[in-house]
Structures are given as structure tokens and as C-alpha cells.
Write a new protein. Structure first.
Length: 149
């Protein structure tokens, strides 16, 4: 029965031909699937992490800031992390709108986070994870060259 419906309505019940073609293009193109998975991830994750800088529901973000940074800037860790939160929210929105540019911005941002984490003993594992994330953000920007809107 399901296969008969699929044959009768290849794009789904009520789907237009354009919707059916777009769905088929996504289903048949692994690099387009990867592009959209990365685009969604690098939109949502920075917005969530950035917003959490104001509530610390996920973690106390201040502990991830090297004392050398706060000493050099002369501001409190929490104040700095709230500024970071605003930047991360903007970066997430930027990825949603312009992934070709903001993919590189997020990758560079993550490299800065890695540099900061390498100043704090005990956070090298998180720095390594962030390297993987930076490479993912770079891949998103590169994939956008293949899949422009």
C-alpha cells in the first residue's frame, strides 16, 4: 500500500513538483546532506551556548576562561563570558544566513577558544574536541561553495 502511494504521489500527498524535486535532490546528494547537517548544527550550537552564557544552566562557563585572559583584559571572567555569549549568538545567526562567510568566522572563533583552553591545565580534551568542531565549521564553509543557495 505504501509503495502504491509513493508511486501515485512521489513527493508525498499534497507536495508540489518543486518540493518533490528538492526532497529528491537532498535524498540523493550526500554532500548536500552533510552541508545541511553542519549548517543546522553550527546555527543551533552557538546560539544555545551563547544564550547559556547568561544563565549557566549547561555549565559555569567562567571556569573555561584562562586567568591570563582576564588579567590581560582587566575585566571579570563573567563579564567577558557574557560578551562571548553575544558574539556566539551573532555567529550562529550568521551561519544560518551566510554559511560561506560565518563558517570561517566560527572556525576562527573555535581556534581562539582552543588557544585559551591550552592555557588551562586539565582542559586539553576540550581543546581537542573544539579542534574537531573548528574543522567541521571549515568544512561547512567549503561545502557552501558547492551548494550555494
Amino acid at each position: 500500500m505504501a509503495s502504491q502511494l509513493t508511486q501515485a504521489f512521489p513527493g508525498g500527498m499534497g507536495a508540489t513538483r518543486a518540493q518533490s524535486t528538492r526532497t529528491s535532490a537532498l535524498a540523493d546528494n550526500p554532500s548536500l546532506q552533510a552541508f545541511w547537517a553542519l549548517r543546522i548544527a553550527f546555527t543551533v550550537a552557538p546560539i544555545v551556548a551563547g544564550a547559556d552564557k547568561f544563565g549557566d544552566l549547561l555549565v559555569n562557563w567562567d571556569k573555561y576562561l584562562a586567568p591570563q585572559v582576564t588579567n590581560a583584559l582587566g575585566i571579570q571572567a563573567h563579564t567577558f563570558m557574557m560578551i562571548v555569549g553575544v558574539i556566539e549568538i551573532i555567529a550562529g545567526i550568521g551561519v544560518a544566513i551566510m554559511p560561506r562567510i560565518f563558517g570561517y568566522v566560527v572556525a576562527a572563533w573555535l581556534l581562539g577558544i582552543i588557544a585559551n583552553l591550552l592555557l588551562i591545565p586539565g582542559y586539553y580534551d576540550i581543546a581537542l574536541r573544539d579542534l574537531g568542531l573548528a574543522l567541521g565549521a571549515f568544512a561547512l564553509a567549503r561545502l557552501n561553495a558547492t551548494h550555494p543557495r
